[in-house]
Design a protein around this ligand. Structure first.
Ligand SMILES: CC(C)(COP(=O)(O)OP(=O)(O)OC[C@H]1O[C@@H](n2cnc3c(N)ncnc32)[C@H](O)[C@@H]1OP(=O)(O)O)[C@@H](O)C(=O)NCCC(=O)NCCS
Length: 142
């Protein structure tokens, strides 16, 4: 039998303890892929921007670049007209780099049922005006 079963999302994955809500987006027609669900690159762009905004507020440093994305998992599709919430949580702060966990969740306002759409980790590096890494967080304490 070729019946597709939906991907399982554990309670743990939907647990947002220690996460902050950063942004909300309404999925628009020009953000869909040919399969009529949201384009993955759009989700990555939302997460990259949102976690940047979130982390600049945490570390109080405004000039950073994205250096790495890890553990990117697309869990479930999301569709036109759905509302996507982007959440972030600090994973680690090192000398010049800071890493956040990110999650995007589709929320059905009428039922209150949420689905985890994507989770990932993104690392940013503090740079100076010449684009070189700076030890901006050497004395940072959470
Ligand atoms: C980010 C950049 C300035 C780092 O320069 P670099 O000379 O490679 O830096 P270093 O090797 O000294 O590493 C600097 C920090 O980044 C971390 N780092 C480097 N590559 C990493 C990766 N792939 N994932 C996670 N962290 C990484 C290092 O561990 C180090 O962290 P720490 O100082 O907190 O210990 C450089 O790679 C760059 O300009 N990349 C392009 C960034 C970009 O254009 N992004 C897209 C648009 S925002």
């Amino acid at each position: 039998m070729n019946k597709k079963t939906p991907a399982k999302v554990s309670e743990e994955e939907l647990d947002l303890t220690n996460y902050s809500l950063i942004t909300r987006h309404l999925i628009m027609p020009n953000e869909l892929n040919p399969n009529h669900s949201i384009f993955g690159g759009q989700l990555i762009a939302w997460l990259d921007t949102a976690l940047y905004v979130y982390l600049t507020g945490v570390v109080k440093y405004k000039l950073m670049v994205t250096v790495g994305m890890n553990n990117v998992h697309f869990k479930k599709p999301a569709y036109l007209g759905e509302i996507i919430e982007i959440y972030g949580s600090v994973k680690q702060v090192r000398k010049s780099s800071v890493t956040a966990y990110g999650k995007a969740i589709a929320v059905d306002a009428s039922t209150g049922i949420s689905r985890l759409i994507i989770q990932c980790e993104i690392t940013y590096v503090a740079i100076n005006d010449k684009g070189k890494p700076v030890a901006a967080f050497a004395n940072f304490k959470i």
